[in-house]
Design a protein around this ligand. Structure first.
Ligand SMILES: [Zn+2]
Length: 396
């Protein structure tokens, strides 16, 4: 019979102020890390890392894995979190939907649920529905929400460091709501909160297309337009939490009224909601963003024109960031990115026309790179789990 081993709690170890916590979080962020990765990520010496790995392995928090190399090389030894360290949850509070996912510490999905709701649901509805779903899903694992390592919340609005919803998101009636503390009080476990685009960027830089990239600007073109600015490996949230709200760059001060109260914001040109509303007017019936994109790809001329025009405006927004930050890479994600070159080609051409550092004038190796996201539909809810793994934006 195997002896009972009592594993430490992830949170007791994952204290970024301690060397062991730093190493554990670095492993959590990478999923699997070699000793050399940990030296690079933590700035600690090889011998310190080796000592910490012995300690973490001894406590059962970290497991060794032999990973086969591509080609004929010898397998390499990497280190991963013990999945039994605990269960983490991610929740997306989005436009007319709540998504919930449960993962183990090795990020394997254990359970998930997608709830469709009336647009304009209240913060109290969000807490009640999420608590009910989490209670039910954790019960299938023999747990309660209180026993979770933590819950990450991805909210479709700017969020302050204290977990308060700020104006400009898709929840105009939630302005000033302390959504983080509300969830923490209801669930009884640590809660981490951030804007959904920031969560998407965290996912992409931890496990997706931007893995290993420390400087880039992400634009998310979905039902709404969002973004994230990543510099030196960190999401820049700004003084008040409005950093990276790229959907509200002013394209035309006399343009259409935006939900934020300003006029002519980028989102009024590129927001999928606006595009499908316009398409619906000509079609005479409503359609979803994915149906709109699929019909455009299949050749619908009107939809194609709307997407091409949105691409041109998107390029102006990118050019503003290009001329102010000159990032080496843009990460383009969201449902409109799934239109592929139909959207991306006019976006890149417009970027080249409107930015100071024109890619077309640079040698190939120095040009700004454009990558597309790997999981536009679920990067936000998976990124909420990454918030917990990285121990960022904790409110309670
Ligand atoms: Zn706006």
């Amino acid at each position: 019979m195997r002896p009972e081993v009592t594993l430490p709690r992830f949170l007791d170890l994952a204290d970024p102020a301690t060397p062991a916590g730093k190493a554990l979080i670095a492993i959590a962020i990478r999923g699997e890390a070699s000793a050399a990765d940990l030296v690079a990520d933590t700035g600690m010496s090889r011998s310190s890392v080796s000592g910490l790995l012995t300690e973490l392995r001894g406590s059962g928090a970290v497991l060794d894995v032999l990973r086969a190399q591509k080609g004929v090389g010898r397998p390499t030894l990497v280190h991963a979190l013990n999945p039994a360290l605990g269960v983490l949850a991610g929740i997306l509070l989005g436009l007319g939907e709540i998504r919930v996912i449960l993962c183990d510490a090795a990020r394997q999905a254990l359970a998930a649920e997608h709830v469709l709701l009336k647009v304009g649901y209240s913060p109290q509805d969000a807490v009640a529905i999420s608590t009910e779903v989490l209670t039910r899903l954790t019960a299938t694992l023999g747990l309660t929400p209180r026993e979770l390592v933590g819950v990450g919340l991805a909210v479709s609005a700017p969020i302050s460091r204290e977990g308060t919803v700020l104006y400009g998101g898709i929840f105009p009636t939630w302005n000033g709501t302390r959504i983080g503390p509300l969830f923490a009080a209801a669930l009884g476990c640590p809660v981490h909160v951030d804007n959904e685009s920031h969560c998407g960027a965290l996912y992409e830089m931890s496990f997706g297309a931007a893995k290993g990239e420390s400087d880039f600007v992400m634009f998310k073109f979905d039902l709404g337009t969002g973004g994230a600015i990543v510099m030196d490996g960190k999401i820049r949230r700004g003084a008040n939490g409005f950093g990276g709200e790229l959907g509200h760059l002013t394209i035309d001060p006399r343009g259409a009224l935006c939900r934020c109260g300003n006029r002519g914001c980028l989102d009024t040109y590129t927001g999928g909601n606006q595009l499908i509303a316009e398409a619906a007017r000509t079609l005479g019936h409503a359609l979803s963003l994915s149906e709109f994109v699929a019909e455009a790809r299949a050749g619908h001329l009107g939809h194609r024109r709307l997407i091409e025009d949105a691409g041109e405006y998107a390029g102006i927004g990118l050019a503003m960031m290009g001329s102010s930050l000159n990032p080496p890479m843009f990460l383009i994600t969201g449902g409109l990115a799934l239109a592929g070159e139909l959207f991306l080609a006019p976006m890149r051409a417009s970027y080249d026309r409107h930015t100071l550092c024109r890619p077309s004038l640079l040698p190939e190796a120095q040009r700004t790179r454009f990558l597309t996201g790997t999981s536009p539909a679920t990067d936000n809810v998976l990124g909420a789990v990454v918030l917990v793994l990285r121990q960022e934006m904790r409110v309670g």
